[in-house]
Design a protein around this ligand. Structure first.
Ligand SMILES: [Zn+2]
Ligand SMILES: [Zn+2]
Length: 135
């Protein structure tokens, strides 16, 4: 079992199995959401994911009709994304994990939208937009 929480500790979650399809997303929405040059995410089967505590403290935001983002109402931690196109999975913000996981981001998407100050120094595959739509 893996565990995660928000910065103030009021919201806690757990999930079974390793996150899959882990990536960094450099799109303009994720940059604003995280206040950084990319969000780091991993997919988890919805049936494997459970809010343990503080669910009433969750706030939702829909930057587009395709996604719902979940935050802690108190501290602002960005914990989870639901994609309309991926009903069976949720997307965990990896920075909110408290557990060591075996998986790690395997690629960078939307690097075509990278911040001008972003300097990528690893050798992960990069995609201008979605991985399936560009090389
Ligand atoms: Zn919090
Ligand atoms: Zn993004």
């Amino acid at each position: 079992m893996h565990y995660g929480s928000c910065l103030c500790g009021s919201i806690k979650y757990e999930f079974e199995n390793e996150p899959f399809d882990c990536c960094y997303c450099h799109c303009s929405i994720c940059r604003k959401l995280t206040g950084s040059n990319a969000g780091a995410y991993g997919s988890v089967a919805r049936d494997d994911f459970t809010w343990l505590d503080g669910e009433r403290n969750l706030s939702q935001f829909k930057p587009t009709s395709a996604t719902t983002r979940y935050f802690c109402r108190s501290c602002g931690s960005f914990l989870l994304t639901e994609h309309v196109a991926e009903r069976h999975n949720v997307c965990v913000s990896l920075g909110t994990l408290d557990s060591a996981i075996g998986s790690a981001p395997e690629y960078r998407q939307f690097t075509g939208s990278s911040a001008t100050w972003s300097r990528i120094r690893d050798h992960l595959p990069t995609y201008d937009a979605w991985p399936q739509s560009s090389e």
